[in-house]
Design a protein. Structure first.
Length: 95
């Protein structure tokens, strides 16, 4: 199984939410624009203290086996079914 790591935040504070990952979906080819990343995270008391508000200009970095797979901006977050949070990120070519 791949080692997945997801960081969300802004300098100087980034939160590692890797332990909360339920599902990750990406679209677009690496090196092509635009690309997006949709992540479903398990909601918990610990996670509720982490800011995912898209209005705050948060960055999202997703690594697979220690190599950067995606870097972009959090553009939406919403409560999913049950105890999950869905976050959508787009790379910098989203405009």
């Amino acid at each position: 199984m791949n080692n997945l790591r997801l960081l969300i935040g802004r300098k100087p504070v980034f939160y590692d939410v890797s332990d909360h990952i339920v599902q990750v979906t990406s679209s677009g080819a690496r090196g092509k624009a635009p690309r997006d990343l949709k992540v479903t995270l398990l909601d918990s008391e610990q996670f509720s203290q982490i800011n995912t508000n898209p209005g705050d200009g948060l960055l999202c970095t997703f690594l697979v086996d220690g190599k950067e797979f995606f870097r972009g901006i959090v553009v939406s977050d919403s409560k999913g079914n049950g105890r999950t949070v869905e976050i959508s990120c787009m790379d910098n070519a989203m405009y």
